[in-house]
Design a protein around this ligand. Structure first.
Ligand SMILES: C[S@@+](CC[C@H](N)C(=O)[O-])C[C@H]1O[C@@H](n2cnc3c(N)ncnc32)[C@H](O)[C@@H]1O
Length: 262
């Protein structure tokens, strides 16, 4: 059975983590090899809709898939049509969407090629696949200090998160690795970049809200309860404020085409 590690993360993700994920989604879509306006684009691993929102801004018709029903249900009435499903077994027929976006989801897989191949199955010939993953070089002293401060207040990284960081995320964490996996799957016109992104997270409050909004913190915050969670947030802000610098995650971007005839 597949476990939903994002089951209690939706409100924190939408209200905090998206401070980073929304601007990165816009940068990813800007790499599309053709205009996405009017096209049907599948948002794979859509979460609470960071990329779906950016797609709507560009005039695309979006469909969303995610393993996590609670993530997809967040403000569902204002969101595109959605279905729960695994990125390696998409609940979508072959050759039925014009393009696909996979923002920070292939990096959850021990076999990222399986996710890319499945995305290629559902995208029509000559459609685009856009994907993002964190670079293995994406480090931040202030973010590490924040995690240390959270540990000293009782947070421990969940096992799934430690495993993800150790075994899955690094597989697409360099431009070369992303390029090799994408080309190995048969994508063409493969363009890969690895660069810091100006996400506009410049204050300690924003960094804490982004970080605590991520799924690895959600069960801990829930256990603390609302009052203690607010207190923990304030203490984390205080502890990193003196060393705060703008947060610029380094992201590996992929933009490629599914071959025209298969
Ligand atoms: C890092 S979040 C990114 C969410 C969104 N794309 C964004 O940029 O804000 C990863 C998302 O992928 C989903 N996910 C993780 N593994 C998945 C899988 N095997 N199949 C489908 N979705 C998955 C999670 O539930 C979560 O919503």
């Amino acid at each position: 059975m597949t476990v939903d590690n994002y089951a209690v993360a939706a409100s924190g993700w939408a209200g905090g983590a998206e401070l980073v994920y929304r601007p990165v989604a816009r940068e990813l879509l800007a790499l599309a090899p053709h205009s996405l306006a009017g096209r049907t684009v599948l948002d794979i691993g859509a979460g609470t809709g960071a990329a779906s929102t950016a797609l709507a801004e560009l005039g695309a018709q979006t469909l969303a898939v995610d393993l996590s029903h609670p993530m997809l249900s967040w403000h569902a009435a204002d969101r595109p049509p959605a279905a729960v499903g695994d990125v390696t077994r998409l609940p979508v027929q072959t050759n039925t969407v014009d393009d696909a976006v996979a923002a920070f989801v292939f990096n959850h897989l021990r076999d990222p090629a399986a996710g890319i191949a499945e995305a290629m199955r559902v995208v029509r010939p000559a459609g685009a696949l856009l994907a993002s993953a964190y670079s293995n070089d994406s480090r931040s002293e202030v973010r590490d200090a924040l995690d240390d401060a959270a540990r000293s207040h009782g947070w421990t990284p969940p096992d799934w998160y430690a495993e993800l960081k150790q075994h899955a995320t690094p597989l697409l964490g360099t431009a070369n690795r992303m390029r090799r996996v994408a080309a190995g799957c048969g994508l063409i016109d493969v363009a890969v970049g690895e660069r810091p992104v100006e996400v506009g997270v410049t204050t300690a409050q924003q960094l804490v809200d982004y970080r605590l909004g991520q799924a690895q913190f959600a069960p801990w915050l829930r256990r603390l309860g609302p009052d203690e969670a607010v207190e923990a947030r304030n203490r984390l802000i205080e502890s990193i404020a003196p060393i705060m610098t703008p947060y610029r995650p380094i992201v590996v971007f992929l933009a490629a085409l599914v071959p025209p005839a298969r």
